[in-house]
Design a protein. Structure first.
Lengths: 131, 125
């Protein structure tokens, strides 16, 4: 996937799914608030969250704040965003949109509009969609 | 009688002379053999060629190994299933790739005009 993106063939969009309650919500808040400081920081936190996926179930506020700060986020700015209910509301709205699109699990992918569940078909769908 | 002795003596001398000549011929050939052996040794090994003695039991293993190395055919590597990588590796086009946020408010990475858009719907848990 990295090669497809790096060569300008694919534009990758991350759409959060909140299927596991508060743990999903606040992990996604972590990426959101880091991303609001810089999109590049948001992607770095995205990577770090998946790298530490097993620890996210029991992660508290301090753990998630520290994760973002370690990636380079400004702590005060981050915490202000993290504690703002509007952030959660925004993410819940995105979650509702994905339900309306027929995304009921994860991961799901849309390749130029074609929706499918799981990643088994992903690379084939990308290759088929490329000119 | 004396004449017969003279004839007999002459024959004896003649025979003696012939045998001496044969001995000399063999002696002449030996050096050639030694030289040829030296040449062969040079071709098949890096052993210095100085007064190479005739092959002996102790020399044979080295000579055999050297000759074996000389005659062993070159083994070509068998084709494997490993695909040959293209010589032109794709390069990171920094000017093309952007990182940002879509109108819906989700994050993306990649070229704005990329022919393929992939939306990854994922939960961090």
């Amino acid at each position: 996937m990295n090669d497809y993106v790096a060569t300008g063939q694919v534009k990758l969009v991350f759409w959060p799914v909140l299927n596991h309650g508060a743990a999903s919500v606040y992990a996604t808040v972590t990426m959101e608030c880091a991303g609001l400081q810089s999109a590049e920081l948001g992607w770095a936190v995205h990577h770090s969250l998946f790298e530490n996926q097993s620890a996210l179930w029991g992660a508290d506020r301090d753990t998630l704040v520290n994760l973002a700060v370690e990636e380079g986020a400004d702590q005060a700015t981050f915490e202000a965003c993290y504690d703002n209910q509007a952030t959660v509301t925004h993410l819940q709205a995105l979650d509702q949109i994905r339900v309306e699109r027929g995304v009921y699990g994860q991961p799901f992918f849309q390749v130029n509009g074609q929706l499918f569940g799981g990643d088994a078909q992903l690379l084939g769908a990308i290759d088929a969609a490329l000119p | 009688m004396r004449f017969r002795y003279l004839i007999l003596l002459g024959l004896i001398l003649l025979l003696a002379a012939c045998q001496a000549q044969e001995v000399a011929t063999v002696a002449d050939v030996q050096p050639d053999l030694v030289v040829e052996t030296a040449v062969v040794a040079t071709d098949v090994s890096t052993v210095a060629v100085t007064n190479v003695p005739p092959p002996t039991a102790t020399m044979l293993p080295t000579a055999v190994v050297a000759v074996a190395a000389e005659i062993t055919p070159t083994v070509e590597l068998a084709a494997t299933d490993v695909p040959v990588l293209p010589t032109d590796e794709p390069e990171m086009v920094a000017d093309v790739v952007t990182i940002g946020r879509t109108e819906e408010g989700v994050f993306f990475i990649g070229a704005e005009d990329a022919p393929v858009t992939v939306i990854d719907y994922s939960d961090f848990l």
